[in-house]
Write a new protein. Structure first.
Length: 251
């Protein structure tokens, strides 16, 4: 990707971060990113970080990127069969997205309560969900220890770095949510509600965003750059060693 395009992308991202997605900026961005494939986009982002852009500015891929990327996931699915490393990761994402939808609904209900006795079933389900969401740990480990190193070997280092950063930030909130759910009886109910509200909203928003970026940018990049079925077979063996999640669909 030529420097001119990267400079334009940098300028656009800076303006989007400063001014928000105005109609003019959206149109300009659409025009620019329509011509960038996911690999180029990853490399461009990496270059921007190397050149000093705050990775935070790249964490919130704007709506415009999302619009352009919306068919990337379908393209990925068409290339792989059931049980492929990436296929399993995507299937797990779908389960996690369902948990997030339920967490959002449960938090909404909890915020309406005046005391926990009004709906003890809700507290029980909150704890179950917090445990399920934390159980995605093996999913993240397979990414961190198998997928990301293969990308890094191919000099794609920026996107995995951002993804690792997000895993760490999310781990803290997931543990905090589980702790709150476990301690509902010990905590003042208003403090409990605040904790649940804050951690749930963080997890729902950021984990959805994270999954979106992996499905639409990182995984397509991996399939384009990691060539050779023997490499993928070997990655699969390493993934098997790490293990799966209680909610991984069986293949
Ligand atoms: Fe991830
Ligand atoms: Fe993931």
């Amino acid at each position: 990707m030529d420097q001119n395009k990267i400079d334009k992308l940098a300028d656009l991202l800076n303006r989007l971060n400063q001014e928000g997605a105005t109609k003019e900026l959206r149109e300009e961005a659409l025009k620019l990113v329509t011509n960038i494939d996911p690999v180029e986009l990853s490399l461009a982002e990496q270059k921007l970080i190397q050149d000093g852009m705050d990775p935070e500015n790249l964490r919130h891929l704007c709506d415009v990127h999302m619009e352009v990327l919306s068919d990337e996931l379908d393209k990925v699915k068409a290339q792989i069969s059931t049980g492929h490393v990436i296929d399993t990761l995507i299937a797990e994402h779908n389960k996690i997205k369902d948990f997030l939808t339920e967490l959002e609904a449960i938090n909404f209900e909890i915020q309406k309560l005046n005391n926990k006795e009004d709906n003890p079933g809700l507290m029980k389900r909150l704890l179950e969900l917090a445990i399920l969401i934390l159980d995605a740990e093996n999913h993240h480990l397979r990414e961190e220890n198998v997928l990301f190193p293969e990308l890094e070997k191919r000099e794609i280092t920026g996107p995995p770095r951002i993804m690792r950063m997000e895993h760490d930030a999310l781990r803290l909130r997931k543990r905090a949510l589980k702790e709150a759910a476990e301690n509902v009886n010990e905590l003042d109910f208003n403090i409990f509600k605040e904790l649940v509200d804050e951690t749930s909203k963080y997890i729902v928003f950021n984990l959805r965003d994270h999954i979106y970026k992996e499905d639409h940018i990182l995984y397509p990049t991996a399939l384009e750059r990691i060539i050779g079925s023997e490499i993928w077979d070997d990655m699969k063996i390493q993934c098997d060693k790490i293990g799966y999640c209680s909610f991984t669909p069986s293949v």
